[in-house]
Design a protein around this ligand. Structure first.
Ligand SMILES: NC(=O)c1ccc[n+]([C@@H]2O[C@H](COP(=O)([O-])OP(=O)(O)OC[C@H]3O[C@@H](n4cnc5c(N)ncnc54)[C@H](O)[C@@H]3O)[C@@H](O)[C@H]2O)c1
Ligand SMILES: [Zn+2]
Length: 365
């Protein structure tokens, strides 16, 4: 059994990310006995049906009295209504400040449960048990929590670091193919922004075949990059954490313009956004020609889209959304690469150049 440990170095708020095979069956071995009397496991109905019972059994072996609270799967559960229902559920279960919330699921559950854990009785311990590739390499680490408002995605949220993140790569074997591919888009993102993560053909094949040892290595490598950036820029105040947004400027705009209606998963939109960013870098002369073609090849291997799906939203609409993005502060800001492994933030980009690159996406295919 392969195990990896990644430390998120945040002083007294620091924590371990454990990446193991079979970890969901062994929670009693990795969580501290005697630390909590009660725990509320928050999950979605799908993940609950697959893994809920094992997690509850592990907590029972640990001597923790636990109950499960399940929401409907999907982004719709990251709402103020669901948050209210969950907080009332926590009160109904008589959770004390010294108790714990365990988020078992993908980023939706992690963000919702994290928000609830950070606000109920002004904050209690949170354990993240991410079950999607996307949440294991990204959302479960770093302490960002959020719900969506009618006026926009992730508009209400907090920073609340977990006390532990437990990633069981065996859980990824039940992921729908499209969710796996979406997670692989984030993995590809790490390989583009960090020179240490290499996705050679052999690794790609092993990841697609869900080889447990390769999954453990890759998830831990990505977690290590995220952990380092979070440790340097915990509150995402314009430091290194911003480069995690590679491909997300156009990606978010595509998701918003298409109404988060399932046309794109997050990873698919980011995939298109990364090819776009590479084209912009080439066009500005920041990178040599060839970067976009290499992105294209890397992402297409995972079956990810590398150009906007047709009919594509007009550029004007995307531009409007990109300018309003809470991370761009009114001007056009994007993470761009000089080459693989050297990202930097670029402000005040010329919309005409972006328009031109967008127009050329998908040409010659
Ligand atoms: N907090 C952060 O830093 C951060 C970062 C990135 C994304 N996010 C958020 O994460 C969310 C997306 O997360 P996601 O991609 O994990 O999606 P998700 O949580 O919606 O999960 C995707 C689907 O997979 C199912 N599922 C989960 N684990 C499974 C498993 N092991 N086997 C079978 N099915 C499983 C779920 O039921 C769901 O239907 C978005 O809301 C996004 O805003 C947050
Ligand atoms: Zn992302």
């Amino acid at each position: 059994m392969k195990t990896e440990l990644v430390r998120v170095d945040l002083g007294e708020r620091g924590y371990d990310v454990l990446v193991w095979t079979g970890l969901l069956d062994r929670l009693d071995e990795v969580l501290d006995a005697g630390r909590w009397a009660r725990a509320l496991v928050v999950s979605d109905l799908e993940v609950d049906s697959l893994y809920g019972a094992r997690v509850l059994a592990g907590l029972e072996r640990l001597g923790v009295e636990a109950e499960l609270f399940a929401v409907e799967p999907g982004e719709g559960s990251k709402s103020l209504e669901e948050l209210g229902r969950l907080l009332d559920g926590m009160a109904g279960f008589r959770l004390a400040r010294s108790d714990m919330v365990l988020a078992l699921g993908g980023g939706v559950v992690g963000d919702l449960a994290g928000f609830a854990a950070s606000t109920f009785k002004r904050g209690l311990d949170l354990v993240q048990a991410p079950t999607t590739l996307m949440s294991q390499v990204d959302s479960a680490i770093g302490g960002k929590t959020a719900v969506n408002l009618a006026s926009g995605k992730n508009l209400a949220g907090t920073f609340h670091q977990p006390v532990k993140v437990v990633c069981d790569v065996v859980a990824l074997s039940t992921l729908p193919a499209r969710e796996l591919a979406g997670g692989l888009a984030e993995v590809a993102k790490y390989s583009f922004i960090d020179p240490e993560i290499e996705l050679d053909e052999e690794t790609v094949a092993a990841l697609q075949a869900l080889e447990p040892d390769d999954l453990v290595s890759t998830v831990a490598s990505c977690a290590r990059v995220k952990a380092r950036m979070v440790a340097e820029d915990e509150l995402d105040r314009g430091g290194v954490r911003a480069v995690l947004n590679y491909g997300h400027t156009l990606g978010h705009a595509l998701e918003t313009a298409t109404g988060y209606g399932g046309e794109y998963t997050h990873g698919e939109a980011v995939s298109v956004g990364m090819v776009f960013a590479a084209m912009v870098a080439e066009r500005l002369g920041l990178s040599e020609v060839g970067l976009a073609a290499r992105h294209h090849r890397s992402l297409a291997r995972f079956g990810l889209p590398v150009a906007p799906l047709e009919p594509r939203p007009p550029f004007e609409e995307l531009l409007e959304i990109m300018l309003q993005d809470k991370k761009s502060a009114g001007d056009l800001t994007m993470v761009l690469l000089e080459e693989e492994g050297s990202p930097s933030l670029h402000r005040c980009l010329d919309p005409e150049i972006l328009r031109d690159c967008y127009g050329r996406m998908g040409e010659g295919e």
